[in-house]
Design a protein around this ligand. Structure first.
Ligand code: MN
Length: 253
């Protein structure tokens, strides 16, 4: 099996290297990842600058491709330029920080998986809750186990799965739950500061809402210490409203 591993935390991120190590047991792993951290760039692609690519050492004799671009750029570059043959699976992560709720829409980690799904490849994004000591290897083993069980399922409809792992330093997860994405967003807050040479600047310091929401969602199940699996799609059309809006009789005159 040929596997492309990418991420949004950058090619030297420990989560990426852990995922690579775990997936090497399944087949040939090619690493193509951003040169620098690209968290929360969403599905950005590079259009107005050249995209430079460098061969870099990943340690233990392995080499990967570092791309001066976004996670989606990395997947495009891998599929159309760097990999002689198409991968059978694209895995993105292990991201430091959960990608649940509205975060899914900001996430470069998830966008890389979606980019692969655009051309019908099975893809999985994997993220873990932040902690003082983050067990990336533990999360990577969980990802591997889930890939084992999902990769060959229903080949006519390759799955795009978003996986989140709870903080493993608090003990093993309670199990796996397949849950929908929560629509919970951020508790918005900004820190306002004054630049020593004049002018005002801001730091975004908001955080994800994680309070109980009384529904089985990724946010709730992750807070309850389950590994969450959410099948995603990238069709943003609100199909339920199409007829509604058609009935509005929109006109140009
Ligand atoms: Mn990230």
């Amino acid at each position: 099996m040929r596997i492309l591993v990418t991420n949004d935390d950058g090619i030297m991120a420990p989560g990426l290297l852990a995922l690579r190590r775990a997936l090497m047991e399944l087949g040939d792993v090619t690493v193509v990842a951003p040169t620098t951290p690209q968290s929360a760039v969403g599905h950005a692609i590079t259009l107005t600058d050249p995209v430079r690519v460098h061969r870099v050492s990943l340690g233990d004799g392995a080499v990967g491709w570092a791309v001066e671009g976004s996670p989606a750029d990395c997947v495009k570059m891998a599929l159309y330029e760097l990999m002689p043959e198409r991968p059978d699976l694209v895995a993105s992560g292990i991201n430091l920080g959960a990608n649940v709720g509205i975060n899914v829409l900001y996430s470069g980690t998830v966008a890389a998986a979606i980019e692969a799904a655009f051309i019908g490849l099975p893809a999985m994004s994997v993220s873990i809750e932040p902690a003082e000591t983050v067990d990336f290897d533990g999360a990577a083993r969980i990802a591997r186990r889930l890939i084992d069980q999902t990769i060959a399922r229903d080949p006519s409809r390759p799955a795009l799965l978003n996986v989140n792992v709870p903080d493993l330093s608090k003990g093993p997860p309670k199990g796996v739950k397949v849950v929908p994405q929560s629509l919970k967003g951020w508790r918005e807050s900004w820190e306002r500061r004054t630049h020593p040479r004049g002018g005002t600047y801001y730091w975004m310091v908001g955080e994800m809402r994680t309070e109980e929401e009384g529904a089985e969602t990724d946010v709730a199940a992750l807070a309850d210490r389950y590994v969450t699996v959410t099948p995603l799609r990238f069709d943003l059309t609100d199909h339920g409203r199409l007829d509604d809006v058609r009935r509005w009789g929109l006109r140009l005159d």
